[in-house]
Design a protein around this ligand. Sequence first.
Ligand code: ADP
Ligand code: MG
Length: 421
Amino acid sequence: MYPFFHWVSMVLFERSEEIFQDENVLHDDYQPQSLEERDEEVERFTAYLQPVINGSQPRHIFLYGKTGVGKTAVTKYLLQHLEQDATQYDDLQVQSVYLNCEDLTSSYRVAVSLVNDLRAPDNQISRTGYPLNAVYDMLWEKLDEIGGTILIVLDEVDYIGDDDSILYQLPRARSNGKIENARIGIIGISNDFKFREKLDPHVEDTLCERELHFPPYDAEDLRNILQKRAELAFDDNVLNGDVIPLCAAFAAQDKGSARQGLDLLLEAGDLARRRSDQQVTEPHVREAKQLLEKQRIEESMKELTSHGHLTLLAMVSSTVSDPSSVPLQKRTIYEKYCDLVHATDRDPLGGRAFHNHLAELSMLGILDRRKRNEGRGGGIYYEYKIDVSMEAAISTLEHLHLSTELNLESLREDAKKQELM
Ligand code: ADP
Ligand code: MG
């Protein structure tokens, strides 16, 4: 009768049962029940939190370290335990609030989010329309109403940016007489150590009363972290023995990030599942690495202007036309860049602006930049090479839909001929 009945009865989605026991365990928001390789950090962090259990004013703690090194996981783990353990003492009341500041780029937004997190779901305030001071007053009122010790985690706190009055107001709320009942402890977390240098010295002194650095993981750390997670994520006997060491080695070589290792493991498993393979093996990991790398470069290239794209193209073209000349000096890349820009009927940037594009591509990890010293009186110069696979670089450029004047097809062919991919 109804034509769409046919559609409804046709099965499009079916639960897959191969490879993974529970792939959510590899996702970023999964909170592990135990932490590997962070004993020292956990011990110091625990000591910094001890005043909470003793019923005194908490320390403000600042955590820093690159992405994927366990800052968020360790913080959530310890706060869970702290809240739990505090319940043994009748005279203690401990509550924590966790905020990721990624989308909260001003003190106003952070304050509104805090108020709403602390209030009941049916008593939320709107995200606009109040004067900042009114929001602060609501915050102080709520904090005092709750009372006890309240730990406020501001993760990725650098996103707050210059409008950071809240970092000044929160730690001082009690001494400034804004609150009487509650004791506030701030835990600030950042990937960007320079964030500290940008803070007003008064803010820095209080906010970073105690600080804790999380170093990158090495390959052995990562093997243990991945192993524990894999046991829960994968079906038995699905992972070939080389898979975890290889994921760990790749992640250690790059940034020492557990997130990166876990992403690689998930992607490799997903590839095996999509292909209906019975096991996850080394080639899956290698292919997953390429896929993730491509995604990452494509994401970062979106942020760049067309001159940034042409700078990468110049780098790729110069490398392909003479692989033996790599690493390349700025002059060589700049000449190629000017040719390419002229081919698209535009005006090239000057040398200095061009230099900034090279620096940006290096910062994004797409190029590798090395400082060279000419020796006596020769001065310092930089050399560049492509720090991602040729396949990833070229396919990113292809996706950018650069001018049709630029022949990417022959570039790809030449790269193959030169055995660069
Ligand atoms: P950061 O906050 O430093 O960017 P996360 O804490 O989010 O990093 O860690 C990234 C991923 O790695 C998460 O899935 C986390 O559970 C896991 N992870 C990081 N460190 C450890 C560890 N020491 N033990 C177990 N899992 C970890
Ligand atoms: Mg984090």
